[in-house]
Design a protein around this ligand. Sequence first.
Ligand SMILES: [Zn+2]
Ligand SMILES: [Zn+2]
Length: 75
Amino acid sequence: MRLSSGVRLDEADGRCQLPGHADGSHYALLAEAGPCTGLWASWDAHECRISVLADCPVTSPEACCLFLGHPGPHT
Ligand SMILES: [Zn+2]
Ligand SMILES: [Zn+2]
């Protein structure tokens, strides 16, 4: 895998909130953006994005703290 210089993936990976995943973008919640939305940073080896995403609606058996349509299992 090629990494762009200056990107500290080790540090960024520590902030990713998706449960263990080997590929795809990483996501970290920056702030609540509203009652049911959050401001998320997402990044991969090539770029970083900031987006407002709706909260994941799953509340059973426990409330999921990720965003609507996230990959992988619910938290
Ligand atoms: Zn990740
Ligand atoms: Zn979820």
